[in-house]
Design a binder for this molecule. Sequence first.
Ligand SMILES: [Zn+2]
Length: 128
Amino acid sequence: MLTNKCSRCHQGDVFESSNPYKLSKIFKMHEKCSHCELVYEDEPSFFYGAMYVSYGISSGWFIIWFTLQNYFLNWELLHFALFVTGFIIAVAPLTLRWSRIIWLNLFYKYNKQYKEHTHQTVTEKINS
Ligand SMILES: [Zn+2]
């Protein structure tokens, strides 16, 4: 799921660049899966929902660091706040990518038929 692959067939890439830190391509996604032809953004606002996932991931980071801070680090509050803010900004490209892929997985479950065949052959099978 975190390897930038299509949620339905686990074969085609979702993002154009495999490097999340290539900032010029950060929002550039393939229109559809090269393998099973799943259209990723089937309505214009589809990925707005991914913001909730993104918020969840960021909260998760905060909780992890907050726990570490309480039990191990015991930094000054200001240092801790600056560090966590910097950290969340630094991982933002990853968070964005993961949230979109997780969001995609919520709607399109893995389907073995699509892994082994292209969209066309799956459709032919159903119709025959
Ligand atoms: Zn696919």
